[in-house]
Structures are given as structure tokens and as C-alpha cells.
Design a protein around this ligand. Structure first.
Ligand code: FES
Length: 665
């Protein structure tokens, strides 16, 4: 095509938007007219660097375009002298400076989209498209050095950005002094929430998962979606009770204690916000959005609601919808315009953290029957399939956090986290947190001089019990040294039962053993989880699970094979069982960065079938059967294909399942 004509054809890829534009107009003008997803904060002044495009030159038969280099203006002073924070990458141009002189094919790279796809970092945000809730707009006010006013600012936002009928949420009466240029922060395209003198191109948000033990947060750039800092603090409510129910009892027994628990958790949230800002050199004033998730009791406490109805049947939530409030209301210091969005709770025992898990894992979007479990002192269970999503919470107790276990401890340096037992002699080799070599490898002794070998954490407990079964040192009923087991020097009498010696220090001073009581505690915990899952399978009328995702900090450290051997989770194809990390936190980040994620999760939560395990008779039956390892009656064909499971004896062979065909609620 000729380039001397008045108008030229411009095609934007990958969107395919195309039209004719007057020669001399900028590519940003063309993109805006066509509705191309191309970012800009400075409004085309060549200072933000967000409008970068990549021109493609050559013959494009598909578009019927022959794009010569001279079809685009050469870089002028603005681009040559550009010194913005976002570097102009090789072969790219600023769309606001580059002028159309002939037919062009222009690629808009993903990082120049307003609705960017997030880069995976510490949280898994696969496939998330950013839909910012707040946007930045740079404006120049004519004669603005001595003549700036809100009226003129609104007029400039209308003229320069097409923003009409904005409401004003700023408390100040006057604009800050400036050289006549301002950056406006607009929420949802509807209200002006902040204004800064001069140019600014970053605003931030923080997503927080309030756990009963730890509170974890991520600070994100709200426009790029990048996770810039992650941090965690202990939940200071621990001093009122290790587990949730003891905190609720504390509130029940001490008048006004709910205020005390609310104050300390809000203080911790505020400190965490400070820590995240400090570690990323961010000013609190530049944080505009906060999202929060947490189990129902945490949710009620950080919002200042009475948690006591959650301590007794029927476990009524004060509020089951998403909540929008201000940071100020939760005593979080940030910008006066900072909003807090709390994801909805699902049921009395299934909280906003599980809503976050659902948002991040989307089990309903995969074919088949898909299970997601967040393992903690309560196991939150989501089962999706046949167009339905079911949710429940099962009381696993603190065994997997190391409590109620003879040598149990939290997952800190020195804790045994991995265990393998030699079936020939019953000797264990293991790995401790904070030390690279295994216990039978060179360097182990030196390395553990610092950490010590201090106890067993949750993942170690799961592994040691599964390994005891595989090494035939324990029966399927969970009896250490029981009938038919192999003799071993590591099985020692312990009153009227036996214990297994996992570790003895070289000087003989310290012994870490697994007792018969420990095995019972693990059996009770794993049976509660399995029975909860099985109950949801009954509701969904299925005997098979097609995929399993283990969420939560603990879930990420579980060896999925040994968790299946233990019978913590049902049988499933090996490659379909995976750990998904802190999915609740990822869900909170998604809700932080995307408006539609917020809508999506509220709609899903409205439709979820909530199963209250405590009132289900069948739960008890399932629980009893799940006490055996891996299970009294269930078959494990997938697991048996890659693990040599001990034969079931006659009394524990599979029989017809006690399956109920309960009507849907
Ligand atoms: S729009 Fe800001 S540099 Fe082009």
C-alpha cells in the first residue's frame, strides 16, 4: 500500500482491532479510538512508559499491509529523553509519541495491557487477569500553578480522560500546591479518592490471610499485579488460647474479651501492613485496597463481631456476605481512602479463607470430581463435580500441628519433616527442617549442631505412621509391634504397648519415639478428615475422586503418597494429587486485583451446598471405618499400583459400602 495518502491502516495485535487513521495521529490515539487494551497513566505525555508497543515491519499478507520503517515517525525528543521508571524495552516505542505515517501492524505486549495477566511469584495467580479497582490519571491544569481548584481538576479529568460525573471523596477543601500537574486516583471510574501533585505511577494493595496461628500478607502493585513483598506475623491471639475454640471459650467466660481479641488482631494487621510497606519501600499512604480472608472465628474477631454463636450449634454466622469497609474502621493506618474487602464466609465452620481457596483453585472448572482440602486443626473440604460444589469442615484437631504427639512440635528448624524406614531392619532415615542432608548422609551431624533434632512436625508424623505400615512394623489397625508385624530393635516396650524409636542422639541423651498414643491421635485426626470427604462423596453420589489438591502451609509439605498410605485422603491417580500452597492467600490476592473475582466468589458462595458434619449420622460410620490404615473397607487400586501395601486380613477386606443416597438439601 502507498504511504503518501492522508489516512493509513493500522492493525493492533493480538486483539485484531483495525481501522484507518489520519496520518500524523499517535498510536495511543488510534488505540483509544479502537478500544485497544493499552495502558497509560500520564495521559500521553511520555512520562509513564506504560504505553509501550512493538511495531512489526514487513509484508503482512493476512492484513494486506506492507509496513515500512518510514511508516512510523522516528523517535523524537520525548522518547529520546525519556527517564521514566518503566524502562523502554528494545524494539519498542511509546505509543503516545510514535506517529502514524503509513500502514502499520502494531503489537501490544502483555505488560502494556491495562488488564494484565499476572506474573507468578510467591503466590499462584495463574490465569488471573487484572481488573484494577482503582486507576491513576495524570492531568495538567491550565494556569494551574496559582489557579488550581477541584472544579478545574474535575474539568481536566473530563477533558483529558473522559471521566464524567466523578464524585469527590477527598476531605480536603483545597488541592495541594503543585506546578499545575496532578495525579488523580479514581475508584471504579466513579469517584475521586486521592490526588497528588505532579506525576505518580504506582498504587498498592495488600491481601491478608488471617490464620489462627499466623497472619500472612502480600503487598501488590495494583496496576501491574506484581507481588512486591510477602510477610507473616504470629497471631497474637494465641495468648488467649492455642486453638479457635479455646479463644471462643475465653470470650464466653470473660465479659468484653471479644473487644480485647479484636484489638490485638487488628493491631497485628496494622503491624503487618507496616512491615510489608517497609520491606518494599512503600508509603502506607499509597496503599488503597486491602483484602482479608480468615476462618469464621478469625473473620468475626478481626471485624469486631461476637464470635460466640460460632462456638455452639447451629454455628450461625453474623454475616455471610462479602463485607466492604474502610481501613480506618479496622484501625489499619493507610490512606484515608483505603477500602477493605472481606471475602464472604461459606458456613459456620467454613470461612472466607475457604472462599479464597475456592477462588484460587477453581475445582468446579475441571472435568470430573475434584477435591480440595485445606488441612489444619480443622480441615476445610471442597468437593466439586456434576455441576455442584459442596463444602464442609471436619475437626481434625491439632495432631497435624504437632500437638498431642509425644515428640510433636511445630514446623520449625530441627523438626523431623521427612521419614523413610528400611523394611529390612526397621531403621529410620530422616530429614529435619533447616538441614539439607538426610540423617544418613555426610554433613548431617555438623549441620544439626545448630538446629538440633528437636521433635516431629506434622508432615513427619504423617510420614512416620505411613512408613511404619509399609515396613510392617505396625498393623493396619495401628498397633505398633502388633500381630504379624516384623521384629525390629527399634520397637521397644512402653508400659503395656510398644513405641518406635525414630531417633537416638549419638550421646544417647535424647530419644525421639513414636508412641502408641501418637498413632491413636493421628488415626483420630486422619479419620475425621477422611470421613468428612467421604460424607461429601455420598452427597455427590460418587465413589471416585479424579483430582485432589492439598492447600495450606501444611498441605504444601505433605508427601502425597504417604498421605494416601495413611488414608488421610482417598485413593486417586498419583499424578492427580498435588499441593497448591497457601491457596487462601492466593485467593485474597486475586480478589485484591480483580473486580470480577470478587463477584465470582460471592456468586459461588451463594450456590455452595454447605454440609454440617456434626449433625450427620453417617459421619460416625465413616469415621470408624477410616480409623484403619489406610482404611478398613475402601480399595486403593491407584495406590497399590505404585506402593506395595500390606495385604488386608480377612476381617478388614472390602465389603459393600455403607453408602447413603441422601436427597440433596
Ligand atoms: S502514555 Fe505515558 S508514556 Fe505514553
Amino acid at each position: 500500500m502507498e504511504t503518501s495518502k492522508e489516512e493509513s491502516l493500522v492493525v493492533f495485535t493480538p486483539s485484531g482491532h483495525r481501522d484507518y487513521f489520519e496520518n500524523g495521529s499517535t498510536l495511543l490515539e488510534a488505540a483509544r479510538k479502537l478500544g485497544v487494551d493499552l495502558d497509560s497513566v500520564c495521559g500521553g505525555r511520555g512520562i509513564c512508559g506504560r504505553c509501550q508497543i512493538e511495531p512489526a515491519f514487513g509484508e503482512f499478507a493476512k492484513h494486506k499491509i506492507n509496513a515500512h520503517k518510514e511508516n512510523l515517525s522516528d523517535p523524537g525528543d520525548v522518547e529520546i529523553n525519556y527517564k521514566g521508571r518503566k524502562e523502554i524495552k528494545k524494539n519498542r516505542r511509546l505509543a503516545c509519541s510514535a506517529k502514524i505515517l503509513g500502514d502499520l501492524v502494531i503489537d501490544v505486549p502483555p505488560d502494556s495491557h491495562i488488564h494484565k495477566q499476572v506474573i507468578r511469584k510467591t503466590v499462584d495467580l495463574t490465569d488471573l487477569i487484572i481488573e484494577p479497582l482503582v486507576s491513576l490519571h495524570f492531568v495538567e491544569i491550565e494556569n494551574g500553578v496559582d489557579n488550581a481548584s477541584f472544579d478545574l481538576l474535575f474539568l481536566s479529568l473530563q477533558e483529558q480522560w473522559g471521566l464524567e460525573n466523578l464524585s469527590n471523596e477527598i476531605r480536603e477543601n483545597d488541592l495541594p500546591a503543585s506546578n499545575g500537574t496532578y495525579t488523580a486516583v479514581v475508584r471504579d471510574g466513579e469517584s475521586l479518592v486521592a490526588v497528588w501533585p505532579g506525576f505518580k505511577d504506582q498504587i498498592f494493595g495488600i491481601a491478608i490471610d488471617v490464620g489462627s496461628t499466623t497472619i500472612a500478607g502480600h503487598l501488590c502493585d495494583l496496576l501491574s499485579g506484581e507481588v512486591l513483598a510477602s510477610a507473616g506475623v504470629m497471631n497474637p491471639q494465641i495468648r488467649f488460647g492455642e486453638d479457635l475454640m479455646s479463644r471462643v471459650s475465653y470470650v464466653m467466660m470473660n465479659k468484653g474479651a471479644e473487644n480485647e481479641l479484636t484489638e490485638v488482631v487488628q493491631e497485628a494487621l496494622n503491624n503487618l501492613v507496616g512491615e510489608l510497606c517497609d520491606s518494599s519501600n512503600t508509603n502506607r499512604e499509597d496503599v488503597f485496597e486491602v483484602t482479608l480472608v480468615g476462618n469464621p472465628i478469625m473473620h468475626h474477631l478481626f471485624l469486631g463481631y461476637d464470635p460466640t454463636p460460632l462456638g455452639v450449634a447451629p454455628f450461625t454466622l453474623f454475616e455471610d456476605k462479602a463485607i466492604d469497609t474502610t481501613a480506618d474502621n479496622l484501625s489499619i493506618q493507610a490512606n484515608p481512602a483505603t477500602r477493605v474487602h472481606v471475602l464472604p464466609c461459606i458456613a459456620g465452620h467454613v470461612g472466607a479463607d475457604t472462599a479464597g481457596v475456592l477462588l484460587a483453585t477453581k475445582p468446579q472448572q475441571t472435568d470430573g470430581i475434584n477435591l480440595v482440602v485445606d488441612v489444619g486443626t480443622n480441615a476445610e473440604i471442597l468437593l466439586a463435580g456434576k455441576g455442584r460444589i459442596l463444602a464442609a469442615s471436619s475437626p481434625t484437631g491439632p495432631a497435624f500441628e504437632g500437638a498431642q504427639i509425644n515428640s510433636g512440635q511445630r514446623a520449625t528448624p530441627g523438626a523431623i519433616e521427612r521419614v523413610r524406614i528400611n523394611p529390612e531392619n526397621g531403621k529410620a532415615r530422616f530429614k529435619v527442617i533447616g538441614v539439607d542432608p538426610w540423617s544418613d548422609e555426610e554433613g548431617f551431624l555438623d549441620a544439626t549442631n545448630k538446629t538440633g533434632v528437636t521433635g516431629i512436625c506434622g508432615s513427619g508424623i504423617i510420614e512416620v505412621v505411613a512408613e511404619l505400615l509399609l515396613a510392617k512394623l505396625m498393623t493396619a489397625d495401628g498397633v505398633i509391634g502388633g500381630e504379624g508385624t516384623n521384629p525390629s530393635e527399634y520397637i521397644e516396650p512402653d508400659n503395656r504397648t510398644f513405641s518406635y524409636v525414630l531417633y537416638r542422639s549419638p550421646d544417647g541423651e535424647k530419644t525421639i519415639s513414636v508412641t502408641q498414643n501418637d498413632i491413636r491421635a493421628v488415626q483420630l485426626a486422619k479419620a475425621a478428615l477422611y470421613a468428612g470427604v467421604r460424607l461429601l462423596m455420598d452427597y455427590l453420589e460418587t465413589d471416585q475422586i479424579d483430582s485432589i489438591k492439598l492447600a495450606g502451609a501444611f498441605g504444601s509439605h505433605i508427601d502425597t503418597t504417604r498421605a494416601t498410605v495413611l488414608g488421610l485422603i482417598p485413593d486417586c491417580q498419583k499424578e492427580k494429587v498435588s499441593s497448591v500452597g497457601n491457596a487462601a492467600g492466593s485467593g485474597a490476592v486475586m480478589a485484591l486485583l480483580s473486580k470480577s473475582s470478587r463477584k465470582e466468589i460471592q456468586t459461588l458462595v451463594n450456590d455452595i451446598e454447605k454440609i454440617e458434619i456434626a449433625t450427620e449420622v453417617a459421619f460416625q460410620d465413616h469415621f470408624v471405618e477410616a480409623m484403619a490404615i489406610p482404611h478398613k473397607t475402601a480399595d486403593y487400586p491407584f495406590l497399590s499400583s505404585y506402593v506395595d501395601l500390606p495385604q488386608k486380613n480377612e476381617s478388614t477386606k472390602p465389603k459393600r459400602k455403607n453408602r447413603r443416597n441422601k436427597e440433596r438439601n
